[in-house]
Ligand binder design. Structure first.
Ligand SMILES: NC(=O)C[C@H](N)C(=O)O
Length: 332
């Protein structure tokens, strides 16, 4: 009998696991869980490891995420009290949100990665991985859902963004703040996001296609109709509080009749408005034409959520209800 935390570690690749394959020095994913663990002091935990994928994170897709979620649920069913996932940082804000929305229960899922690869001076991977184990092993983390641990900060999956392309402090929670810190190898928890009911993962996840379009100055939207034809739903990342050029309005209204069209903001923080502006192409105009308000959800997380809902066959009323609940800021 042991009362050590029983953790499972799954590796997906990313910079944390990259080394150069030739003299060019350019790095690719090559390291496995044993390599990553060899950089840490001995851990006082019961640990099983799974080398799940070895990908740069731009290559992770919904098929990988669905398989990862299934595997994590299996690990939890087998008694894991915490899960650590390593992956590339480019898409961790999306994959963490996918896991957060589709896996229920209290077992914390802690994702981490690195901004500097192991061959650079001062690689951050070992420190991030060590911090991820601290969080996953701490009973306070039960019920937190999926979190991203980077630079000794704990970010809720629903808020976290990669906000810088190279900094080791790249991860922020623009609409909130980190929900915790790691101090002297211990978790200091500041707030707890309100738990969600898990959403179903449909087998149709892999064949669903949700498009995302950013509003841009002077865009005439000529290309939008052929683009939209190939999608099952759209996320429009509008200017400011949720605005587009007025000439796009008739087409967006037409599309919103045919498929779910979600309105987010391209600004990276702050919500889509509801009652400030009334000009053609404003938030009020678009919402009155059937676009669904993403609230505080950024366009990338809105796209993940719409993907999950559309693939599961949710109707417009259900999509609107889930977005209304998900677009709020929930901490206590
Ligand atoms: N820092 C990183 O991990 C970036 C890398 N391109 C990835 O996402 O796989």
């Amino acid at each position: 009998m042991t009362d050590k935390p029983k953790l499972s570690m799954l590796t997906l690749g990313g910079t944390i696991a990259m080394t150069s394959a030739n003299e060019s020095g350019a790095v690719v994913p090559r390291l496995d869980a044993a390599d990553l663990l060899s950089t840490l002091p001995e851990l006082d935990i019961d640990l099983v490891t799974h080398d799940f994928r070895s990908l740069p994170s731009p290559d992770i897709g919904f098929t990988d995420l669905a398989a990862l979620a299934d595997k994590i649920e299996q690990e939890i069913a087998d008694g894991a009290t915490g899960i650590v996932v390593t992956q590339g940082t480019d898409t961790i804000e999306e994959s963490s949100y996918f896991l957060d929305r589709t896996i229920g229960g209290d077992v914390p899922i802690v994702m981490t990665g690195a901004m500097r690869h192991p061959q650079q001076a001062g690689p951050d991977g070992p420190a991030n991985l060590s911090a991820a184990f601290v969080v996953a092993a701490d009973p306070q983390a039960r019920g937190l859902g999926t979190v991203v641990v980077m630079s000794d900060e704990v970010h809720a999956a629903r808020y976290v963004r990669k906000s810088h392309s190279t900094s080791t402090g790249a991860f922020t929670s623009p609409n909130a703040a980190p929900i915790g810190h790691i101090v002297e190898q211990e978790l200091v928890l500041l707030s707890r996001p309100r738990p969600y009911e898990p959403l179903p993962r449909s087998p149709r996840l892999t064949e669903t296609s949700i498009g995302m379009v950013h509003a841009a100055l002077g865009d005439d939207g000529e290309w939008l109709r052929p683009f939209a034809e190939h999608t099952d739903g759209l996320v429009i990342a509008g200017f400011g509080g949720g605005h587009v050029p007025s000439r796009l309005v008739p087409l967006l209204a037409e599309l919103a009749e045919a498929k779910p069209v979600v309105l987010a903001s391209r600004t990276s923080s702050g919500p889509v408005l509801t009652r400030t502006y009334g000009y053609p192409g404003s938030e009020q105009d678009l919402l009155s034409r059937g676009l669904i308000n993403a609230g505080f959800l950024d366009p990338f997380k809105a796209r993940v959520l719409l993907h999950v809902l559309v693939s599961a066959g949710a109707d417009r009323a259900e999509i609107t209800r889930v977005f209304r609940a998900s677009g709020e800021i929930h901490v206590s």
